[in-house]
Design a protein around this ligand. Structure first.
Ligand code: CP
Ligand code: NVA
Length: 310
């Protein structure tokens, strides 16, 4: 594995498999209350420029459970908020910390940080990508369906960071991905184009959710108004009319379909209560799996780095 986890495009198939295998082991150990402290004495810095519930808590708890310590750093409370450069910050923090997780707006900022840091850097969400989330999602698919291989995965809604990251996952792994997004709200064109050129699996973009959902084994949705887009709320709600994941739509999916949502959900907008709380929903397992998958990532990147990263 590389030093950092910035996106899923940079992972090999072997990296995915290693992460999922370690996640399964760490989850089992956690469930049987076995203590395991490979990160004893190590500290993760967590820089947040956007709000978070799951990412912050699961990383902080994960570090604690692995015997290490996590430090919450609000962007605006550091000198980054007053204009200290990303490069200088990365160089300084690398002298104190053993790893850094960052949630910010620009993917380029996370990449610049990683280039200047000598310790592993983990992307905790940017406007472009959310790799830890989609690793947890894929692990949830494996738990529920046995494998992601050969499955039909359908994403309905905004072509945002979640959609872009699913596209990179489909490029590396053997499942078909159909995305249904309204015109004007489609995924990043470069990410989509690259995946369609390089993938052996099928990656389709359509504009009709009913067409996309037919026979799906996994249905994913996400908010129509991502962090930083709050001012566009009214026009976005209008644009996404007809893209709600509800019971009528799910009737067209495979009877064993599972529904994923990274959360926070806007119940009654992109997803109904009936689906969120219904028998097909895997959203709370998915949220829990953030903890287990991130522990695997932290262990692989930060513990005994040379041996584990190979
Ligand atoms: N899914 C997710 O990343 O949630 P938070 O924004 O609460 O961290
Ligand atoms: N697309 C959402 C994901 C939240 C976890 C956002 O960026 O706000």
């Amino acid at each position: 594995m590389q030093k950092d986890l910035l996106n899923l495009y940079d992972l090999t198939k072997k990296d995915f498999d290693r992460i999922f295998k370690r996640t399964a082991t760490l989850k089992r150990m956690h469930q049987s209350h076995r203590h395991y402290h490979p990160l004893r004495g190590k500290t993760l810095g967590m820089i947040f420029e956007k709000p978070s519930t799951r990412t912050r808590v699961s990383f902080e708890v994960g570090m604690f459970q692995l015997g290490g310590h996590a430090l919450y750093l609000r962007w605006t409370d550091t000198q980054l908020g007053r204009g200290e450069s990303i490069a200088d910050t990365a160089r300084v923090l690398s002298r104190y910390l053993d790893g850094v997780m960052i949630r910010t707006f620009q993917q380029a900022a996370v990449e610049e940080f990683a280039q200047n840091a000598s310790v592993p850097v983990i992307n905790g969400l940017t406007d472009l990508y959310h790799p830890c989330q989609i690793l947890a999602d894929l692990f949830t698919v494996i738990e529920r369906h046995g494998t992601y291989k050969g499955r039909k995965v359908t994403y309905i809604g905004d072509g945002n960071n979640i959609a872009n990251t699913w596209i990179d996952a489909a490029l590396r792994l053997e499942f078909d991905l159909t995305l249904a997004c309204p015109h004007g709200y489609t995924p990043d064109p470069d990410v989509l184009h690259r995946a369609q050129q390089e993938a052996s699996s099928q990656i389709l973009l359509v504009h009709d959710p009913w067409e996309a959902v037919r026979g799906a084994d996994v249905v994913i949705t996400d908010t129509w108004v991502s962090m930083g887009q709050e001012k566009l709320y009214r026009e976005r709600i209008k644009a996404f009319k007809g893209f709600q994941v509800n019971q009528q739509l799910l009737h067209f999916a495979d009877p064993q379909v599972i529904v994923l949502h990274c959360l926070p959900a806007h119940r009654g907008e992109e997803i109904t209560d009936e689906v969120m709380d219904g028998p097909h929903s895997a959203v709370f397992d998915e949220a829990e799996n953030r903890l287990h998958v991130q522990k695997a990532i932290l262990e692989l990147l930060m513990a005994d780095a040379q041996r584990l990263r190979k």
